[in-house]
Design a protein around this ligand. Sequence first.
Ligand code: COA
Length: 494
Amino acid sequence: MFTSLAAPMPENTFMAKHLEENKGAEGKKKKKTKKHKDQTWAKEGPQDPFEMLDSLPEEKQQEIQKALHLFSFGQGPPKSLLEAQKHTYRFWDTQPVPKIGMMDSAQLETTLPVCISTNVIHSLLDEKVTSYGPIKTEMPSVREESYSLPQEFIWDTLDLDNQKQLRELCDLLNENYTEEDDNTLRLHYSPQFLLWRALCPPGGQSQWHCGVRVNSSQKLVGFISAIPATMKVFDIELKMVEVNFLCVHKKLRSKRVAPVLIKEITRRVRQQGISQAVYSTSAVLPKPIATCRYWHRSLNPRKLIELNFFSLTHNMTLQRALKLNRLPETTKTTGLRPMTVQDVQVVQALLKEHLKAFHLSPVLTLEDVEHWLLPQDGVIDTYVVESMTGTVTDMVSFYTLPSTALNHPVHKDLKAACVLYCISKATPLLQLMEDTLIICKARGFDVFSAMDVMDNKAFLEPLKFRMGEVHKQYYLYNWRCPEISSDKVGVVLK
Ligand SMILES: CC(C)(COP(=O)(O)OP(=O)(O)OC[C@H]1O[C@@H](n2cnc3c(N)ncnc32)[C@H](O)[C@@H]1OP(=O)(O)O)[C@@H](O)C(=O)NCCC(=O)NCCS
C-alpha cells in the first residue's frame, strides 16, 4: 500500500535534517549548562532526553506534557476540508491517493476562464472520483531493505507475544496516542485490547508490528501496524490491510517521522503482495472516501459533566440532565444473552446478509467472527437474541475503550463502550439498543458511543445520543472509488 513515488526530497532526509537541527539546539543548551554548574539535574541524570523526561517526578512530567500539548496546537494536519484546501501535502501528494484540490470543475470554469497550463488546472481541481480501480496499476518493485533512519534510531519489529514488548507498546500509546483537545482525557489501551485489536487477528503478520527505537536507550518512540482485511468496496472484494496505531512520541513530533513509518509499513505489506489499505483518522488527508461522526449517549451524566466530557447548556441543569438520561432498570427483550462459540456460524450468516447493503464492509470468515466478536472481558461484548424456538434473530456488539482522566482531582478514568454492529430483525432496533444501554450502564460504563454508520442514525436521536465534535475520515490507499455517505459505510474502524 503506502508506496513511495518520486518525493521531491526523501522523507528520511527531512527527518535527519530536523534531528540534526535539534541536536544543534541540544548542543547549545549543553554549553549553557556548563556555565551554571549548580543546575545539575540534567548533568547527573541520564543523557538520553527520553530517559531524562522519565526520571522527572510524575507531576513534573504531566506539566511538561501539558505544555507540549498546548504548544502543538495549530500544528499538524488539517482538521477540515477548508484547511485541507490550503494545505500542501508534501508527503501525501506523492502517494497513490486522490487529490484534494481547491475547487470543483464548475467553480474552476467560472473563476479561471483564461488560458492556464493543464498542470495548474490539475492542482486546483478537486478530484471527483466516479470510477473504480487501483490508482497505480504498475507499482515499482518492492525494495528489499527497510527505509533508512537517522543513526540515532533503529527499526524494531515488535514481538507482542513477549510481555515486556507488549507493555512497552501500551506505554507508548497510552502516553502519546490521541487525547481530547483540552488535554483532559487520553485513550487507555490495555494489553488485552491490543492483542485483540492489532496483534493476533487471523492471518496477522508479526513483521507488520513496526516499531522505531532510540538506538542508545532502546526506548520505543514510534509505531505503526497493519492487519489483514478483506473488504467489499462497492461490488469488488479486495484483499487489503487495515493500518492502525500510527504513533510518534510527543518529543519527536513534526520531524517527518510519520511518513517514514507509513512508507516502511507499505513496503512490508507490499512484500506480501498486497497493494491496498483502509485506514481512518480525524485528520483530513487526500482524500476521504467517507466522513463519519461520533455520537455519545450519557450513561453517567454527573461524571461526564465533572470530566468536561459534556457541558451543561444554558437551560440544562444537572438535575435535568440526570432525568433526561435516565434509563429503565431492566431490559425488555426476551432471549437477549451473551454470544457463545456455538453462535459463531449464525452470527456470521446474519452479518453476511446485513452487510450486503453497504458500499464498504468487511468480508468475515468464521475465524474472523470468532476473533472479532466472541466476548472477552474488558475488550469486546456481543449479545444475541435467541427466540423461543432457539433461533438467533438479532445481535449487537460493542467494544470497551477506557480513557485516563488527566489531572482530575476525583476521577481517574472514563469507561466507554463503542458499538460495532447491531442487527435487528425480530426485535425493534430502538428496543435492542435501549436494552444495550441498560446492560452497559449496569456494567459500569459511563458513556456509550456510536458512529453514524450503517443503520445507526435510526436510533441516535431517539435514544438521546448527542453529536460529538470528532469526525472520522475513512481512506483507501491505492484504490479509487466514488465517495460513500456515512450510512453506506458498513465497518467501524476502531
Ligand atoms: C499522527 C502522528 C504520528 C503524526 O506525526 P507528526 O510528528 O505530527 O507528523 P510528521 O512531521 O512526522 O509527518 C507529517 C506528515 O504526516 C501526515 N500525517 C499526520 N497525521 C497523519 C495520520 N494520522 N495519518 C496519516 N498521515 C498523517 C501529515 O499530513 C504530514 O504529511 P503531509 O506533508 O503530506 O501533509 C503524531 O501526531 C501522533 O503520534 N499523534 C498521536 C496519535 C495519532 O493521532 N495517530 C493517528 C490516529 S489514527
